[in-house]
Design a protein around this ligand. Structure first.
Ligand code: FES
Length: 106
């Protein structure tokens, strides 16, 4: 079990619990009234789970795969040093406390 610190699209802060092995997309989708859509269910094909990961946490993540990067580059708000699809980030011990900001809806 770990924590995700989230800033939603209104600038409000949330702290969410997440089990190791789950993708960040899942609790972010369940965020009451303020969450992401996660339309494709985590299949890396919709980009509605786009988040900006705080740089110190971004550096701990595995590299983006080509299909993830391609989808992200197609969004209007892509930022090379922070953008990730939250469905492609799997929770593990050393990500406990990770900080993400939800990308604007497109
Ligand atoms: S949920 Fe669709 S790309 Fe992540």
């Amino acid at each position: 079990m770990g924590k995700i610190h989230v800033i939603d699209r209104d600038g409000d802060k949330h702290e969410l619990d997440i089990d190791n092995g789950l993708s960040l997309m899942e609790p972010l989708r369940d965020l009451d009234g303020a969450g992401i859509e996660g339309l494709c269910g985590g299949m890396c094909s919709c980009a509605t789970c786009h988040v900006f990961v705080a740089p110190q946490w971004f550096a701990k993540l595995e590299e983006r795969q080509d299909d993830e990067l391609e989808l992200l580059e197609g969004t209007e708000t892509f930022e090379d040093g922070t953008s990730r699809l939250s469905c492609q980030i799997v929770m593990r011990d050393d990500l406990d406390g990770i900080e993400v900001t939800l990308a604007p809806e497109e």
